[in-house]
Each structure stands twice: as structure tokens, then as C-alpha cells.
Design a protein around this ligand. Sequence first.
Ligand code: URP
Ligand code: ZN
Ligand code: ZN
Length: 504
Amino acid sequence: MRPHSLIGIRYSTTPPGTVVNGDSSVKADVFIEGEKIVRVAPDLSKDERYSKASLVIDATDKLIIPAGIDPHTHMQLPFMGEVACDDFESGTKAAVAGGTGTIIDFVIPARNQSLNEAFQTWSDWAKKSVCDYAFHMAISHWDDNTAKEMEQMVNEKGITSFKHFTAYKGALMLQDDELIKSYTTARRLGAIVTNHCENGEMVTAGQRAMKENGIFGPEGHPQSRPVICEEEATNRVARIAETVGVPVYVVHCSCKESSDVIARAKSRGQRIYGEALAGHLTIDDSHYYHEDWDYAAAYVMSPPFRPPEHQAALWNAIQSGTIQTTATDHCPFNRRQKRMGLKDFTRIPNGCAGVEERLAILWNAGVNTGKITPNEFVNITSTNTAKIFGLFPRKGLIAEGSDADVVIWDPAREITWSAKTHHSRVDMSVFEGVTCRGACEATFVRGRLAYRDGEIFAKAGDGQYIPRKPFAPFIYEGLEKRVNAPRKTERNMEALPDLAAKAE
Ligand code: URP
Ligand code: ZN
Ligand code: ZN
């Protein structure tokens, strides 16, 4: 379908047809022209441009919300001897079908590969993307060129967030001295650091203990990496970031203990953010004990799904503001790929899908139960992510001048998720059989109709790379003020040049 030059989204007077942003709900029509939202106002039928609109969508009883931003995906990631089975085309088709208009994927250089080379590889892969995309850059080793390459990423490639792993020993795991070097460099460049928080040494010891006790099936996965591994790493990461004075974002926080670490750090005044996955918020660890090996293996991801009390704790963390964003960690491996670990759970490729399901799962489990409001739903699915990662107000907002990344959300629409009908290529779904009330009716990405009523219109290459600028105001403004304030954190900042010189 060719892009429409002018699109009118009509809200009619029947409640609750409403434009819902993170901070407000207003009854209004929306005009899209080209790639931008050009008008948000009540009753645009009198606007002379209205009659010229080539597409008019009646949003009566629907919500008009910013398209979702998924800050954590791994399209076609080479990982644990396999390659995640969604490429940038199939994975982003799934994204738009669920109401997501932008993903932030991770460039993950192989050990000793240069950041520039890896950036080029991911950029080539991502050309097929049907929705917009940005990149985080993973630091998977430290050498003499890394600091300089990080600078190039920030200043030349528009990557302003760096990812680190304290897990995956022998592959992506970094040592504390490497974390300090990278964090210090990121601080100097005005970037934010993100971290996968599990203690890789404790996990390795846990895996060995499982096998010594004759446990080789998927149930060994959660038991070998209990909550304490995540809590330890989250605390270490938070304290290192505090020492360096860099904003830090904890990816896929899966448990109460880890979210408590974030809450404590916030209460000390630290600039720290937490992300929860739709999966960790709604799925518990019982699936690992299913007698069907393929079924249980489909749930193998890290950190693992946790006992039910942790889902409740994560929702509380969202409600209290400890956790700001939601994501999916979309990294699907099909049944054949998971069977790599048939005799040894430590070889099951880690990862699950979710980029399509996220918004509906969160609406159903969050808004329908009264845990969060529709505005809070928008905050955790797009606005907060846009602010933290320097995409706001271009993304994550329905307002004049913002990109026309718009979702028509139908709170009454029911959808039952299944691997047979979802758009991901993966042949198993951790959301199999889950029925949600509230779903995406249509998704626009930069003014282009990408998805409507079960049909995907977006084509490979419709998506655009979104470069970002350093010192994102939402995360750095307060920090800079604090540097100049006579407070405890000032001491850390003063120590920074010294620390930076040594670290780099
Ligand atoms: O199991 C997971 N999460 N796989 C993807 C890589 C990561 O740790 O994010
Ligand atoms: Zn991870
Ligand atoms: Zn991940």
C-alpha cells in the first residue's frame, strides 16, 4: 500500500475515544501529513484539509496512543551456536502487528571484533526492517581501541547507550575492571550504560552443581541461576555506576531482590532505571518442570522466569516508579535450535519471543486489572523509553511535530496468542493460549500504515535508522545539576577525571 499524504484519525464524541499520552488523555482528532503528526485538536472536521485526507480512520471507542518502543530486541542474533530465528524483517513485522513502531536492537560484537565492524554488520541486516530502529552497542571485551570506538559510536553513528553483561562466562561476560573502563568512557561521552545483571561465576558454579546432581533437563536452568545471582550483579552494577557517576539502566529485571536494589539506589539519589519484560511480569517458573522437554525448553531464557511472588513484586516496582520501561528481549529460537541442549540444559540457546505480544499482554495484565492506568501503560510501553534513550519527543508522544508513530488501540478487541498465528517465525510461544482483552487495531510508522486488522502493509526497508544524540536531557540534566551541587555525589564526579584517565 502506498503511503498516504494526508491521514485523518477521527475521534467521535462517544467516550472513550481518546488520544492517550503518558501525561494526559484528551478527546481529539489527529492529522498526519507525510511522516509527522501535524494537528491534534478536537473536531478537525471543520479543518479544510480534512476533506482532502486520502485515508480517514474512525477511532470511535478506540484509543490513539504512541506506537510502542521495544528497547530490548535481538533480531538474528548469533548466540550459543545458533542464530535467533527472526531476522529484522520477520521480527519487525511481528512488532508492528502488536503495535510497536520502533525497536532498539543490540549490536553485539564477537569477542575481539571491532565495534565499527559489528555496527556495519548490524546496519546491513537491519536494512530489511519494516519499523524504525536504533541500536545499543554491547561492549564484549576491552582493548586499546575500545574507548576511541565508543566515541565514534556516539559522535558518528548515533549510538548513545552501551550494553554490558556480567553473565555468559567465557563469551560476553566482562570483569569489573572492564565495566569501570567502559562506564567511565560512557560517562565522558554523555551516554548511558545498560547491563544484563547476573553473576556469571555463580551461574557457572550452579550449572556444575546441577550436573553433579544428575540434573540435565530444562529444570536445571532456573535452579542454576537463582535470584541471588541477579541480586548480586545488580547491586555491583549499581554501585560501580554510582562510583563512576554514570546513568545506568538495568535490563530485564526479573525479581523482587533486583528491583529492591534499584529502589535503594534511587533513594540514594542515583540516576538508575529498570526494565521489566512482559514475560517476567506474567509468566512463572512452573513451565520448566513440564514433562515435555520441547515445551519446557521453550521457556529457557536468562534471567529465567521466577516464582509467582516475583511477578507481583515487578508490578509493584512499576507502580512505585522503580521500574520505568517494559521490553521483550525478543530473541527466539525454534524447537530444532533449542534441541542443541537436549542432553545438557546449559547448551539450550537462551531466548524467547515477545515483540508482538508485549502491548496486549501488558494492557491485559496491567490496565484491565487496575494495576496501571492507560497513561501509565503508555509511559511504560513508549514514552519513558523514548526519554531515557534520547528519542523523545520525536517518538513516544502523540503531538504536533512528533513522528506519526501512531497506534489505534481497541480496548475491547480480544486476541488469543499462538505460535500458529503470530508473525514471528518461532514455532513455540511462551504466551501460547493466553487471551488478552485490548489489542492493536492499526499501527502507523512515520505516517505509513504498517498494520491494520490482521494485515501487514509494511515492506522490508520501510523502517529507518534513528540516530540519537548524547547527553539526553531526561537522563543528564539532573545529573549535571547534581555535579554542581554540594552533595555526596559531587565527590564521585570530582574523582571522575582521575578515574577516567586511569581507566582509559
Ligand atoms: O536469554 C536471553 N535473554 N537471551 C538473549 C540474550 C540476553 O541475555 O539478553
Ligand atoms: Zn540479557
Ligand atoms: Zn537481551
